[in-house]
Each structure stands twice: as C-alpha cells, then as structure tokens.
Ligand binder design. Structure first.
Ligand code: DSN
Length: 389
C-alpha cells in the first residue's frame, strides 16, 4: 500500500488483533479468502437492482455472483428455493431488520422484542432506535428468577397486545431458544414470527443449535459473528403464498439502500461455502465446548453467570453481584489492561446504566477460530477470575 499513514494503521491494528485475547462475542476472524474477495474488483461495480433487473450495464458477472451467493445461503441452511427466498444485499444487521419492518408493517405497527437490557437488540424496537420510533415497541423480559425466556408470559403479552411482528433471537441470551414455543406465542397474538439469528447463525449452520427455519416466516442474520464472514447480512423469507419476499426485496432496494456492495457479497459467498464444510461443523462444536468449559471454570472461581451457564458461544457474567463486586465498565477495563478484550453489558433487571452496567459479555467464537481448546479455557478462566477479584 502506497498510503503510508493507512498502511501503518493497518499494521497497528493487525498487531493489536494478534496481541489480545479476543472475547468479544460478536467478533470473529475471517479467512484470507474472504478478505481477498472483499478487496476484489467487485468493489468497483455499481449494481442497483437484482440479478437480471439492474439499472446499469456491465452486470453480467455480478448477476452470476449474486445468484451463486443466494444458492449458497439456501444450501447452508438446507432450504429449498421453492420454499424460501434470500436477499443477500443488506449492508448489515440493523438495515436488514429495518427492511423487514418497513416491508411488512404500517407506521406505528407493533414490534414485540426482548427488552434491550435483557439481551435484545436496539433494532428489536428500542426507543432510541428508529425501529422504536417509527413503530410501537412491545417489550418482553426474561424471568427474574431463572433469567430464561418465559414462554407463557411471552404468549400472554402477545395475546393481549397483538403485535404485528414478534422477534426472537438475541444479542446476550446464552441459552437455547424454543422456536416452537415462540411460534405458539406468535400464533396466540396473530403475529408474524421473525428470528434474528445474528449471534447463533454459525452454530445453526454447524448443527449445534436448533434451527428456527421450520417455525418462522422471516430470518435475518449478520454474517460476521459465528458465521465468520464479512460485515453484511442476509434476509430469508418463507415463500408461503404471500408477497412478503417481494416486499422485502423492494424495501432493501429501492426502499432503503442503493447499490449493493458487490465485493462484500463476494466475501459472503466465500464465507457461506466455508461454513458448509465438515471443518466448520467441527469448529462450531468447539466454539460451544469452549464456552461451556469457560463457563464452568468461571463458576468454580465463584463468578456468577446469568442463567447459570451457556448453551452457545456466549457467557454473561454478573460482575456487580448486587454491589459486592465491580461494575461492568471497570471489569472490562481491567481485563483490557491485561490483554483480554470483552464488552461491558447489562444483565437482566440491571439497576445500573448501560454506560456502566452490572456485567460483561464474553464469547468464544474468535478465539476458537485461533485454535483455542478446552485446556486454554481453563487457564483463561483462572486469569479472568484473578483480574476481576
Ligand atoms: N453489535 C452487536 C453485538 O455485539 O451483539 C449487536 O449489534
């Protein structure tokens, strides 16, 4: 690279990434092939529209690329093109969720999502997000005792509030979601069920987490967390006789986005192929094994985990313990000083602020990509406990 300033920063960031232990639950390391696709000539091409229906010339190759990416996305999740459509153009997870709401709900329609501080997402109808201002949020919470989803309570709210869309799939929920029960809750309220599997998509692809596809109408996911792809998102829509998938395509373009980032879509295609291999299945199994080991070891060191443990890549640690411990901000800063990067995070029913919440969120996807195994998790738990004590 001739630009010495940017080259130096790139080198600095590469060195930082190599130096630290990365336990950010939503990050991962892409392969060299994914990065090669991101830096390819596809970045030069404008391709507003969809394959076979573009607004610029010279799109014969990107048409092939987009169709290939769609086919790979459906194949990865074992979906038939007769039953499911996939849009591979969303720039990231938030625009993908926005597009679904924009396509399928009238203004001020109701979005029923898990409260952000309980593990939901801004775009599941939080009031500081456009999704909570343009539509009406109907939040649900976790059970205060078990810190798990309470399906009968969710069903009750759905029955009473009759949301347009019920969102399942979270950013800080370490447990299995019972998709069938969520379907039951959606049915009780006459709602469309949407799964946002951004965090768990790689685990679903690797067959270590139950698939929502048999139960839902729409699935959104980012590519860059457990799926180990570039920063991008996908929207899957069931072809159930409605025109929902056509409406979602229109919401992405021309509704909300312009030209798709074709170089990113090339990276998505590469990542989807990588995820459809026995090696990736092995990787996903190891991600969960590592998280379980880390969780069990942290508990041995007397740390309190929200919900008591994990079924996924993700662990939520209550560092505050009602005032006996330290806040999440201090905990994450202490860890970072020692080369362990996590994020501070609210815990369910958190009495503290999101800027200095009661916990930290830990994930094993990135370090598992780097080859870490259970024995490394044992040592890591010891270090974390020592730093936090
Ligand atoms: N940034 C994502 C996460 O960390 O879970 C949510 O948008």
């Amino acid at each position: 690279m001739k630009d010495t300033e940017v080259r130096k920063l790139t080198q600095k960031e590469r060195a930082r990434q190599k130096r630290v232990v990365n336990l950010i639950a939503s990050e991962n390391y892409t392969s060299r092939d994914v990065r090669e696709a991101l830096a390819s000539e596809f970045t030069n091409k404008y391709a507003e529209g969809y394959p076979g229906a573009r607004y610029y010339g010279g799109n014969e190759v990107v048409d092939e690329l987009e169709r290939l990416t769609q086919a790979r996305a459906l194949k990865l999740f074992k979906l038939s093109p007769d039953e499911w459509h996939v849009n591979v153009q969303p720039l990231s997870g938030s625009p993908a969720n926005l597009a679904v709401y924009y396509a399928l709900m009238a203004p001020f329609g109701k979005i029923m999502g898990l409260e952000l501080s309980h593990g939901g997402h801004l775009t599941h109808g939080h009031k500081v997000s456009a999704t909570g201002r343009l539509w009406t949020p109907v939040p649900y919470t976790l059970d205060p005792k078990s810190e798990l989803l309470n399906y009968s309570a969710i069903k009750k709210i759905a029955r009473k509030e009759k949301p347009d869309i019920l969102v399942a799939g979270y950013t800080a929920y370490p447990r299995i979601i019972d998709w069938k029960k969520m379907r039951g809750a959606a049915n009780a309220g006459g709602a469309l069920l949407m799964a946002d599997i951004s965090h768990i998509a790689g685990l679903i692809a690797g067959s270590v987490y139950p698939s929502p596809f048999p139960y839902v109408s729409v699935v959104t996911t980012t590519m860059h967390k457990t799926l180990r792809g570039p920063r991008a998102a996908l929207i899957f829509t069931r072809k159930d006789g409605t025109d929902f998938y056509k409406r979602i395509d229109k919401a992405i373009f021309p509704g909300l986005q312009g030209g798709p980032h074709m170089n990113t879509i090339a990276g998505v295609a590469v990542a989807l192929r990588e995820a459809n291999t026995p090696n990736f299945k092995k990787y996903s199994r190891q991600v969960v094994k590592n998280a379980r080991t880390l969780a069990n070891e942290l508990k041995k060191h007397d740390l309190r985990l929200v919900s008591g443990g994990t079924d996924t890549h993700l662990i939520l640690v209550d560092t505050w313990r009602g005032g006996e411990g330290i806040g999440g901000k201090e905990a994450s800063e202490r860890l970072e000083r020692e080369g362990i990067v996590v994020n501070k995070n609210t815990i369910p029913f958190d009495a503290r602020s999101p800027q200095d919440p009661s916990g930290i969120r830990i994930g094993t996807a990135a370090e598992t990509t780097r080859g870490k195994k259970e024995e490394d998790m044992v040592a890591l738990a010891q270090r974390i406990a020592h730093i936090l004590s």
